[in-house]
Design a protein around this ligand. Structure first.
Ligand code: P6P
Length: 332
């Protein structure tokens, strides 16, 4: 049998975590379980009338889709039941969530999660995703977790990753020793290793940015976009604009094929639109672990010291040579 399931992979890699006595393995298992449930719900979304607005609005001021609610509740259930996490922060909740059950209050880890990112694409059948970050708690085990446990920079990550619910459902994560991708085989209900040791190309021909905001871009971004369009004539294959409006989908394509993803400051979002804790830190960790670069334009994303749970930052991430080219224009 040539397949390696997520569970088998985690056990094989157990030796990489001398301090963990299986807790991290069980936590990654819990994330896998929640992702399989969400994958099932996403894949039948059009059939069970869970499409359409839930009617509520989340802390980001965005209409909350019913699948958002299902995604959020599924992860809270799976993590609380798994007992490895003492607290979590969700992109869907204003404040952190204490998991103070019998086992959870002794949990060694905290997790930041965007349960269903890109959910405005649900109704039009475009890929969406889950994004997660795992930290060791700072406060003493058994005590009540605090914001300090959540507001940790990306340099303190234990693990991070995402699930993309697309033509297939894939879990991509890193524990700091490279990036591995697992594709869900619905016939056996297992995530199977399909993309071992992902290395993102140093260069690429895809740039991902919402040019609807072009009038508000910083001068350096405008100059880069002018160059990348004029540069068509001097290269064998021109650059292509690819932007889905679902970060996980845009990021995953660029991770595998090469490319740069940019969400700069705009008038509407002067600090950038994407959330530091729920989108930028975990995806930057994956980008760097795969050999890419991720910056706010001013500093490495993983060096940003968080000050609030729903903080936003600009981001330029992906293939190293492409990110460096954007930075060249921003320094001019
Ligand atoms: P815009 C989805 O709402 C999201 O948070 C990311 O998944 C996506 O990359 C971005 O916002 C899209 O934002 O302003 O281009 O629609």
């Amino acid at each position: 049998m040539s397949i390696t399931t997520l569970g088998q992979f985690i056990i094989e890699k157990q030796k990489d975590f001398p301090y963990a006595k299986g807790e991290l393995s069980r936590l990654l298992r819990d994330i896998g379980i929640a992702s399989k449930i969400i994958s099932r719900e996403v894949n039948k979304a059009g059939l069970t009338q869970i499409l359409g607005d839930h009617g509520s609005v989340n802390v980001q001021g965005e209409d909350v889709k019913k699948l958002d609610i299902i995604g959020n509740e599924t992860f809270i259930w799976a993590l609380a039941k798994g007992g490895e996490v003492c607290a979590m922060a969700s992109e869907e909740n204003d404040d952190m969530i204490l998991l103070d059950g019998e086992f959870s209050k002794n949990g060694k880890y905290v997790i930041c999660i965007d349960p269903l990112d890109g959910s405005s694409n649900i109704d039009v059948n475009v890929s969406i995703g889950t994004i997660f970050s795992i930290y060791k708690r700072i406060t003493e085990q058994g005590t009540e977790a605090t914001q300090a446990d959540i507001l940790q920079s990306g340099n303190h990550l234990v693990a991070a990753g995402y699930v993309v619910y697309g033509t297939s459902t894939m879990l991509v994560f890193s524990t700091g020793k490279g990036v591995n991708g697992f594709t869900l085989d619905p016939s056996i209900g297992e995530f199977c290793l399909s993309h071992p040791d992902i290395q993102t190309p140093k260069d690429g021909k895809v740039y991902s940015i919402n040019e609807g905001n072009a009038a508000e871009f910083p001068q350096g971004i405008t100059a880069y976009l002018k160059w990348v369009k004029e540069n068509d004539k001097s290269t064998s294959r021109p650059y292509s604009a690819r932007y889905i409006g679902s970060m996980v989908a845009d990021f995953h394509r660029n991770l595998l094929k090469g490319g740069v993803f940019i969400y700069p400051p705009t008038a509407k979002s002067p600090k950038g639109k994407l959330r530091l804790m729920f989108e930028c830190i975990p995806m930057s960790f994956i980008a760097e672990q795969a050999g890419g670069i991720s910056t706010t334009g001013a500093q490495r994303v993983l060096d940003v010291e968080p000050t609030e749970i729903h903080q936003r930052v600009p981001v330029i991430m992906g293939s190293a040579n492409m990110v460096n080219k954007v930075l060249e224009f921003m320094k001019m």
